[in-house]
Design a protein around this ligand. Structure first.
Ligand code: ZN
Length: 799
């Protein structure tokens, strides 16, 4: 026993030593190492190709909901009957539901885990939000949970999740029915924020309601995470199951209600005029007003006489949202997307015009066209954009978009493009994640990144030089070199710099894949393959990574590894360029070259100064001998004979090469940023021509940090530019030039600022010259005085 133990100890020691030894040796990094060891092992649900496996399954939930919108007290009162289908191979003894409204409960973890704001610069809205939360009685109030027979079911609420304990285990292949009655107070979305809520208009005392995450929804149960019931803290959105919905929405009878799905009872809720206009919109070439601005204005002064119930039905959706107001103007246009007839519609208050009537429905149609081309034909019957308090949020067939013009109807360019972009983005979410149903609570990038990428493509097809915020590699460089970063592959609730991490960086990465790494043809085909494989299914990151490679034969593991699993950035530098020429052995040529090189060598300072000094041999010429006049570069007969003997040993091909006159340029490249990326070199030659060399990232496969590229040419290179089209998100372009060039920028010179008024001037109110007064008063007007803003004189500051 003892010897065996000693042996084991020795082995352990040896192992430890070898590990320690191995760690002290610096090994070259391998950024092309395959991802298999990081990605989940393929299985029957998820194939190695990235496609759904032959035993892929997903659950399903159908909803029958009755909901009342209480406009007097801003409340939702609901009752739902859920049919849950267990398509998994597992037996379930309980079900988990999401209670997202509990985000607004006073004791929610969102509130508890909120960290202190930055008090050096705190807007009114932040304080107002804190106080509003304090006074708001938010969260779901569950009245009861019952089984299909009407008997009470036990349930437990854990923050934003609710567990219903089943009376009998739900076997694989079975379904179960249960019902929930609940209510909650609707949040003031302008004060409390949120993805849904109401907006109050004090001028006409009306509300717009944008209602979402409003009913207890089935949590997803899947092959990767089991129940996905990670608590909702506010960032990780929703992981949901597909199903059919039948929803009866009871609202004041003068409200217009927009919702996911198709209206089932137009004869009961719409006027004859509205129905006729809807008919006209089915053949119209531009949006038709269903409720006109004048009618909406008249509605604003209405008092409801009772309620109306709008019945909406939707098939194969993962969620359901609606909007309701008496303020809504409503326009519609039927649009044919590859044979699918889609009613594109916008609902907005008069405060949204003139922007909304001009752009919203047009942007919906444009989005359906472009996204359908890059993924799959939009399959739903409607696509709706609503203006209300929510800045931008997506649900199946309906989305909420915030931008509005000023009260006088004028608007800035950023408001105009902000509206078009947000409509494209939120309507685009129908594709990702409403149909390609990724797990938003886990991976924000899988919907936001892919959607922001397609948004960029759609924006660029809206008008020439559309001011897209995200997508262009040069727009992400500042973020890529910033300090406070986490990899894209980070859980939604833990992402830092949310917009750049989950939207901008993945969108840019995909654009670089498309333009620089794979090319449009291979990329577009593979991206469409991913969308089509996973529409109405639930993909995981590996399914995306694998499909993009599977359909293109491009090994992208290095790209996923660098862009998605690290915070490295692109910074490649041209360190040096070396020029080699062929030694021809021909003395007539080589000796002449040597003479030229010697003559070109610069004279040293001493040589220059000594030149003028009288020399002894000049004073006594007899001191001169053979070597004073000997030309070491003169070609001798012996040189010629030797060369002839050498040439006689060469084949014709070798002679040709010897006299080819080729230049061998060696370009030394350094990878400073860490990301291995393609190298794009543009050579400018002295004869005025240019040439582009596009080198795949694999040039770095044997050495991830330093490589040299040989360029063989008869021409003479004048300069080389790395990444000439700004396509690799190289964060430092200063080292992209050979030879280096001055980096141009401008600076402004400012007059030194006058000292602020002193207390004696303040108290004794001495008269002050206008110039003296200008600076301090301007400073007061600017919360953060910036040099660029301060020289503008403020007329009001003149005495
Ligand atoms: Zn989004």
């Amino acid at each position: 026993m003892h010897t065996r133990r000693l042996l084991a100890l020795l082995t352990l020691l040896a192992l430890c030593f070898s590990i320690a030894f191995a760690q002290t040796k610096s090994r070259p990094s391998d950024k092309f190492r395959q991802l298999e060891e990081i990605l989940p092992t393929p299985n029957e649900q998820r194939a190695a190709s990235g496609a759904p496996g032959h035993s892929y399954w997903q659950q399903r939930a159908d909803y029958n909901i009755n909901v009342e919108l209480d406009d007097a007290r801003q409340r939702i009162i609901g009752s739902e009957k859920v049919t849950y289908f267990n398509n998994s191979p597992d037996t379930l003894t309980y079900l988990w539901l999401q209670l997202d409204q509990n985000l607004f409960a006073k004791d929610s973890d969102t509130v508890k885990t909120q960290t202190a704001p930055d008090f050096s610069r705190i807007p009114f809205a932040t304080i107002d939000n804190l106080l509003a939360r304090e006074g708001f009685d938010g969260g779901d109030k569950i009245a009861f949970v019952r089984d299909g027979a009407g008997a009470a079911l036990p349930y437990v609420i854990n923050k934003t999740m609710m567990r219903i304990d089943l009376k009998a285990p739900l076997q694989s292949g079975q379904s179960t029915v249960f019902s929930v009655d609940w209510s909650y107070n609707i949040n003031d979305a302008k004060r409390l924020g949120g993805r849904s809520g109401y907006e109050y208009f004090p001028q006409d005392k009306n509300y717009i309601y944008e209602i979402a995450q409003w009913f207890p929804r089935m949590a997803a149960y899947n092959d990767v995470s089991g129940w996905q019931h990670k608590q909702f803290l506010g960032s990780g959105e929703f992981t949901l199951e597909f199903g059919n919905y039948n929803v009866r929405i009871t609202a004041p009878d003068d409200h217009i209600v927009a919702a996911t799905g198709v209206l089932q009872n137009p004869n009961e809720v719409l006027t004859r005029a509205q129905r006729e206009r809807l008919d006209q919109s089915r053949t119209a070439q531009q949006p038709v007003l269903i409720v006109t601005p004048d009618e909406a204005r008249a509605n604003e002064t209405n008092k409801p006489r009772g309620t109306k119930t709008w019945i909406y039905a939707a098939r194969d959706v993962r969620d359901f949202a609606f909007a309701s107001s008496r303020k809504f103007i409503w326009d519609a246009q039927l649009h044919d997307v590859n044979g699918n007839r889609v009613m594109a519609m916008s609902y907005y208050p008069k405060e949204g015009d003139p922007l909304w009537s001009k752009y919203s429905t047009q942007a919906i149609i444009h989005t359906l066209n472009v996204y359908s081309r890059y993924s799959f034909t939009f399959p739903y019957p409607t696509a709706i954009s609503v203006n209300g308090p929510v800045g931008g949020m997506e649900y199946p067939m309906i989305c909420f978009n915030g931008p509005r013009p000023e009260l006088d109807g004028s608007y800035s360019a950023s408001t105009k493009y902000g509206l078009i972009s947000v409509v494209i983005h939120e309507v685009g979410h129908n594709f990702f994640p409403m149909i390609v149903n990724s797990d938003e609570r886990q991976w924000t990038w899988m919907d936001e990144g892919l959607n922001s990428f397609l948004q960029y493509l759609a924006e660029q097809e809206w008008e020439r030089d559309y001011p897209s915020r995200r997508g262009e590699p040069k727009n992400i460089t500042e973020y890529m070199q910033s300090e406070n970063q986490v990899p894209i592959m980070t859980n939604s609730e833990s992402v830092l710099q949310f917009g750049n991490n989950a939207y901008g960086k993945p969108a840019t990465a995909l654009n670089i894949l498309r333009e620089t790494v794979m090319g449009r043809e291979l990329f577009d085909r593979a991206f469409r393959e991913y969308a089509q494989r996973w529409k109405f299914k639930r993909p995981m990151p590996a399914d995306f990574f694998r499909t993009m490679e599977d359909a293109s034969a491009v090994d992208l593991d290095w790209f996923w590894r660098g862009w998605f699993y690290t915070t490295d950035h692109t910074d490649i530098s041209i360190e040096n360029v070396r020029l080699y020429g062929i030694d021809t052995h021909n003395p007539e040529i080589e000796k002449e070259n040597e003479r030229r090189d010697a003559a070109a060598r610069p004279e040293t300072l001493s040589q220059q100064r000594n030149k003028a000094l009288p020399k002894r041999v000049e004073q006594f010429p007899s001191l001169n001998d053979f070597y004073n006049t000997y030309d070491q570069y003169r070609v001798t007969d012996r040189d010629r004979e030797e060369f002839q003997r050498y040439v006689a040993t060469l084949t014709d091909r070798e002679k040709e090469l010897l006299n080819s006159g080729l230049n061998f340029y060696v370009v030394d490249l350094k990878n400073i940023g860490g990301l291995v990326m393609p190298v794009i070199l543009q050579m400018d030659y002295t004869d005025g021509t240019t040439e582009e060399l596009r080198i795949p990232a694999e040039i770095w496969r044997l050495n991830n940090s330093d490589v040299s590229k040989l360029i063989v040419t008869k021409k003479e290179i004048r300069s080389i530019t790395l990444d000439p089209h700004l396509e690799t998100a190289d964060v430092n372009v200063e080292n992209n030039y050979f030879p280096r060039r001055p980096i141009k920028s401008r600076f402004q010179i400012f007059k030194e600022q006058q000292r602020p008024r002193n207390p004696i001037q303040e108290i004794e109110r001495k008269p002050i010259q206008p110039e003296q007064q200008q600076t301090p008063q301007t400073q007061q007007a600017q919360p953060s005085p910036s040099p660029a803003a301060s020289p503008t004189p403020t007329p009001a500051s003149r005495p």
